[in-house]
Design a protein around this ligand. Structure first.
Ligand code: IPE
Ligand code: IPE
Ligand code: MG
Length: 253
């Protein structure tokens, strides 16, 4: 007999009882399709997507996730129609202004990764202001990937390593990544049913668990996050080892 679907409270209790991923990243995709399905302009999907960002950030903080990284805008997204890019930048400014107080209350530190120099100056100024205001918070780090590309991140990390001189090894590359200082990526989620990573966290995803869900980003709320975490908790991460090796290791602990 199939197991009955757990209630949200049951699911949350189950998720809380087991180790959580330290670092979760999400490719927030499907805003346009969400809007198109309702006969609305794409920007309506982005607006509802911003509500999902608020809800998921709040839920992740409540559960005790250490790091949440959200892919909000890629370097390739600059080539979208100018009015859509502008609408996304305005929504970002709204988000920064409306969430600042809540980030302070909940101990959330805001961080951003990407080629931030390409952001319009007023957006950049607000981003810097909120990052500065929240810099001492220790509850959770919320990283927005803005004007971000994984290949571009690796190119600049390699250049920085070469400029410093010395050995170019994994540690030297890592030291130049925009994500330096964040915990290892444990779980990478993509919404909207697309099975690709679209230039996100290419280096960091090396041993992340991948999860693809058909849910469109504007519909991704607490329940979908809990489901993703429960799925993660059911995985066996082997990092190249055999199951017997892993069992021997956990016996020793
Ligand atoms: C994700 O939704 C948001 C951004 C990429 C900025 P999309 O805008 O890509 O939505 P779809 O994929 O067209 O449905
Ligand atoms: C990836 O989504 C970027 C973000 C979610 C910000 P896209 O919609 O831009 O990716 P593709 O075009 O489907 O690969
Ligand atoms: Mg998309």
């Amino acid at each position: 007999m199939p197991e009955p679907t757990p209630t949200p409270a049951d699911l949350e209790a189950r998720v809380r009882a087991r180790p959580l991923p330290r670092h979760v990243a999400i490719i927030m995709d499907g805003n346009g399709r969400w809007a198109e399905a309702r006969g609305l302009p794409r920007v309506a999907g982005h607006r509802e997507g911003a509500e999902a960002v608020r809800a998921v950030t709040r839920a992740a903080r409540r559960l005790g996730i250490e790091a949440l990284t959200l892919y909000a805008f890629s370097l390739q997204n600059w080539d979208r129609p100018a009015d859509e890019v502008e609408a996304l930048m305005l929504l970002l400014v709204d988000f920064l202004e409306s969430e600042r107080a809540e980030m302070m209350e909940n101990g959330i530190r805001l961080h951003a990764i990407g080629d931030l120099a390409r952001l319009p100056p007023p957006v950049r100024a607000r981003l810097d202001a909120v990052m500065g205001a929240t810099a001492a918070n220790r509850g959770m780090v919320l990283t927005l990937a803005l004007s971000y590309g994984g290949r571009e991140e690796l190119v600049q990390a390699a250049r920085a390593a070469a400029a410093r001189g010395g050995e170019i090894d994994a540690a030297a590359i890592e030291a130049g990544l925009w994500t330096r200082g964040l915990p290892e990526l444990d779980l990478l989620v993509r919404t909207s049913g697309e099975l690709r990573i679209s230039n996100f966290l290419l280096w960091q995803a090396a041993y992340a668990e991948l999860l693809f869900t058909p849910v469109l980003w504007p519909d991704f709320r607490d329940a979908a996050l809990l489901q993703a975490l429960a799925d993660f908790q059911g995985r066996e991460r082997r990092f190249g080892l055999t199951r017997a090796q892993l069992e021997a290791r956990s016996d020793r602990e």
